[in-house]
Design a protein around this ligand. Structure first.
Ligand code: 2HA
Ligand code: ZN
Length: 285
């Protein structure tokens, strides 16, 4: 089958375009990766290019040795993916140590995989392990309202999770494990990849202060839906805090416990603390 006609490539392209339409991918911002299933690799194997040079990943991911990934290209614009996918995205193969990759399809006008390849692959490695192989998608977007929130809330997992949960009742059901926050760091390297993948041990969402968000999921719908839900909550919070510095009422810890019971999701008690009274801009919050 033509690579562009496969279901996973079409799903990848649609997701990238959906993200662009949402306004999360200015210029070359954001990146997306998908870990192929063995049967998908076999389906396209006759159409892969001859193997090229091995290139260092910049991180070691032995848990992903020999795997194939569909990834966005470094410096490529999400808005162009739908019109010229073969120039903007690529299929890469990892070596038997998980230390190098080689290009097997795509990037026909030249280029290399996403500048955030170390974070994507380290996240994939963690998620493959902790979900028994179920998670296959890692998505990074420059979500406006989440970025805005990282200027006005303390960069603490518990505070972000609780605020995002309070913004919309479905949130604790969509991301019951909560969200993790990475303090500002230089993007693109191994250090931020290590910090992010550590959070991915327990969360499906990692927020990068003053930069954006990473989400992990089983498929394109779930991963896009997760990032979309978190960003929508952030938008509600930004609207609320643009009107008043303090909410008049909100969803309480006991309300969350009731939601958890009704929807059969376990909500960690560390997010259900008694909240101190606070206003946006308060010293020390
Ligand atoms: O430009 O989003 O984090 C791609 C990025 C880097
Ligand atoms: Zn980015």
């Amino acid at each position: 089958m033509r690579i562009l006609d496969t279901k996973f490539v079409r799903g990848f392209i649609k997701m990238a375009d959906d993200g662009f339409q949402q306004g999360w991918h200015e210029r070359n911002g954001g990146n997306l990766s998908y870990r192929l299933k063995p049967e998908e690799v076999e389906e396209i194997r006759p159409r892969l290019n001859e193997s090229g040079e091995w290139t260092p990943i910049g991180a070691a991911v032995p848990g992903l040795a020999g795997e194939y990934f569909l990834v966005t290209g470094s410096g490529k614009y999400f808005r162009n993916i739908i019109v010229d996918p073969e120039a903007c995205i690529a299929i890469i193969e990892l070596d038997d140590k998980g230390e190098n990759y080689r290009l097997r399809w795509g990037l026909v006008e030249g280029g290399v995989p996403t500048s955030e390849l170390p974070t994507h692959l380290m996240n994939h490695e963690v998620k493959k392990r902790v979900t028994n192989g179920a998670h296959r998608v890692i998505y990074h977007a420059h979500t406006t309202n989440i970025i805005a929130l990282t200027f006005i809330l303390p960069l603490v997992d518990e505070v972000f999770t609780r605020e995002l949960w309070e913004a919309a009742t479905e949130c604790p059901v969509v991301f019951p494990q909560g969200v993790g926050v990475v303090n500002w760091m230089v993007p693109g390297g191994r250090e931020i990849a290590v910090a992010t993948s550590k959070l991915m041990e327990q969360y499906d969402v990692a927020i990068w202060a003053h930069h954006g968000m990473f989400c992990s999921g089983e498929n394109f719908d779930l991963t896009f839906g997760l990032l979309h839900t978190v960003e929508k909550s952030a938008e509600i919070l930004i609207k609320v805090y643009s009107v008043v510095p303090k909410k008049l009422q909100t969803i309480t810890a006991d309300n969350f416990r009731a939601v958890g019971k009704a929807f059969h999701v376990e909500l960690p008690e560390k997010f259900l603390f008694e909240k101190p009274e606070f206003k946006i801009g308060d010293e020390g919050f």
